[in-house]
Design a protein around this ligand. Sequence first.
Ligand code: UDP
Length: 340
Amino acid sequence: MPTRQKWSAEHMNILVTGGAGYVGSHVVEELLKTGKHQIVTLDNLQKGHPEAVLGGEFIKGDLTDTKLLDEIFREHAIEAVVHLAADSLVGESVEHPGKYFHNNLVNGLNLLNAMVRHDAKYIVFSSTAAVYGEPVRTPIDEDHPHVPTNPYGESKLFFEKIMARYEHAYGLGHISLRYFNAAGASQSGAIGEDHRPETHLIPIVLEVALGQREHVAIFGTDYDTPDGTCIRDYVHVTDLANAHLLALDALASGAPSTAYNLGNGEGFSVREVIDMVEQVVGRSLPQVEGTRRAGDPAVLVASSRRIMEELGWQPRYHDLKTIVQTAWDWHKRRPHGFGE
Ligand code: UDP
């Protein structure tokens, strides 16, 4: 059984929930690279892929299982948690709000309560730009009003508030990372995006390039943007992952609890993204102009100044071309994703 070491940024026993998912698997990969930590990944594999977990210990299980949580915290002397296990589809959350509040809040509470029982002091939480709702100013900083427009964003915002209450009551240190549009794939080529069904723009366009879809539908061409299509802030998944490591180190070194945006600070329209994919794959791709998707704001661009200034975060895979290129390398290598 591992022994609990004195808190330091040098070594931690870390539980990653949802570590077999897209962002989670990249977090695990970056944690492994440090060579410093003991890592346990917990994932129920509803969406995740066991192959995506590149090392450490993997446990298939669910946050509903409080007995399992007790065992994990006890046996692995877990000191810190990176919590990514959640449902994360906006549209589905509108249709099935109960599922989202249950999985993201009730199950999340099981995790927090296990942390309290076992004296695990730090949590880095996978949050979202959806906590802000319809932007009233851009770029969006962390103090932008929090008015989520769907149950997904609401569940994430509420969990942030719960963590603040747990800090007050039990001393839980927490950093929420509010992702904008996660994209790209690890340069190692070992892991990448594999959602089933896929709903995200870049992998969808790449599936067209692979001949797996006939065309990409552009969801709305009448937005108040220069080319009429929605503008989003795409951030490389490895850069996102590294922010989790910085947040863990910060908490372990006594930094205060807070929330940080994670984006590149530069927006690209749907048409610009499709153009970039065409450039990377070297040919034009069929596209059709469709209607707006419900709940899509015209522009979502982050100010990530706070995490850059306070934790020294610097996106390394900053430009859209690199983001798309890494995603394309992954999709070419694994056209049918994990396990096939
Ligand atoms: N989008 C699109 N066609 C698609 C998928 C997405 O036009 O098949 C648009 C979507 O409306 C949004 C942007 O691409 O403006 C990014 O969508 P995605 O689902 O990748 O991420 P989200 O912004 O919803 O987190």
